[in-house]
Design a protein around this ligand. Structure first.
Ligand SMILES: C[S@@+](CC[C@H](N)C(=O)[O-])C[C@H]1O[C@@H](n2cnc3c(N)ncnc32)[C@H](O)[C@@H]1O
Length: 347
């Protein structure tokens, strides 16, 4: 993920507003627990796949505000988990309003959320937004993520898609196993997951489909090899809400978590919504195309680089230039479909 992620994620930012009333309701429901917690025990909130931490800061700030109404001096511990370099988080935290609050400690753990965090039984609220579609690339050989015609699992169907669905299930089982060890009894896991509603209704599909077509054209033009075309693959999968529900209802997960809340929604593309009334203006259209290509670049560039041979690294700029041109010719929004889930850890 790019280092300026919070600058190119206006669509994802919306979801925190949708989750917030649910989290505040939950906090209200555990009012007696909050009031009775020993002073030395920090109330711990973990953000799995936090990026630089900026996008959850409003949500966390308001949750802390609620907790402090019940218990003004309550110690709070924020745990940010991500595989990315900590530098963007450190920059965010240095100027964050959260850091200025009293009795708050923050920790950035650079680790996969599919692995143990080593904080058994201490997390009160686990939160994850726009992250759990990333598959665990560490537990499978690099050759797993390749396809001759497509660059992402949701573009596939039937047999070709099945192995990615199985991989997603296995990764999510690991995620829930680890969280079941970390969360306190009665603690809550809030997940805002990108999801697929079928057909082309999956997150940012015009971005993925344009990239696929550009890669095929580059191959037809002889600019990249067959091997590179096969190897360019973005290792994520947008499961359907049914797949998510079925998974959390498996016995091994259900014995630890009960699903209390589930809802689906489409968040319109923030960039397209702002510009769609002025697309007759070439300047506005260019700005929109530029923003959309930047958004797609944020989550796809590292996968392109993995697929291209070292001698072709210079093609990366050309690919995103072509993407911008396509968005200029045919402006399309990148809406995000979400499945929100709230699960309570069994006591
Ligand atoms: C699209 S960003 C979402 C960031 C933020 N949660 C938000 O809602 O704006 C996805 C984040 O998940 C992280 N990520 C992907 N796979 C991960 C993994 N296995 N473990 C931890 N973080 C991961 C990426 O590094 C990236 O920062």
């Amino acid at each position: 993920m790019t280092t300026d992620y919070s600058q190119v994620s206006d669509t994802a930012k919306r979801v925190e507003h949708l989750v917030e009333p649910r989290i505040l309701e939950y906090l209200e429901s555990i009012h007696p627990v909050l009031a009775g917690m020993p002073a030395e025990t920090p109330f711990t909130i973990a953000d799995y796949g936090a990026a630089d931490g900026a996008n959850s800061s409003r949500l966390f700030g308001n949750s802390i505000g609620y907790i402090r109404k019940v218990h003004p001096q309550r110690r709070i511990r924020l745990v940010y988990v991500d595989i990315a370099d900590p530098a963007p988080f450190n920059r965010f935290w240095a100027q964050s309003h959260l850091a200025e609050m009293e009795n708050i400690e923050a920790q950035y753990i650079r680790r996969s959320f599919y692995e143990p965090l080593g904080s058994a039984g201490s997390v009160h609220i686990g939160f994850s937004s726009t992250s759990l579609h990333w598959l665990d690339t560490k537990t499978i050989s690099a050759g797993f993520f390749r396809h001759p015609a497509c660059i992402q699992a949701n573009q596939l169907s039937g047999y070709d898609r099945r192995k990615f669905v199985e991989k997603w299930k296995s990764d999510w089982r690991s995620f829930f196993r680890e969280r079941s060890r970390e969360l306190v009894g009665g603690g809550m896991l809030w997940l805002a997951n990108l999801t697929s509603f079928g057909g082309d209704q999956w997150p940012a599909s015009p971005g993925y489909n344009n990239l696929r077509d550009i890669c095929r054209t580059l191959y037809d033009e002889g600019c990249i090899s067959r091997e590179e075309l096969d190897n360019i693959f973005i290792p994520d999968y947008f499961a359907t809400p049914e797949e998510m529900r079925n998974l959390v209802e498996e016995d091994a997960i259900r014995q630890h978590f009960s699903l209390k809340y589930m809802d689906t929604m489409t968040v319109p593309c923030a960039y397209f919504s702002r510009a769609c009334g002025s697309l007759h203006d070439a300047g506005q259209r260019h700005r929109l195309a530029h923003s959309l290509a930047r958004v797609v670049r944020a989550w796809s560039e590292s996968s392109l680089r993995v697929g291209l041979s070292p001698g072709h690294a210079g093609l990366v700029d050309e690919i995103y230039k072509r993407l911008e041109d396509r968005f200029y010719e045919v402006p399309q929004g990148l809406p995000y479909q979400y499945c929100l889930m709230g699960l309570v850890k069994e006591v």
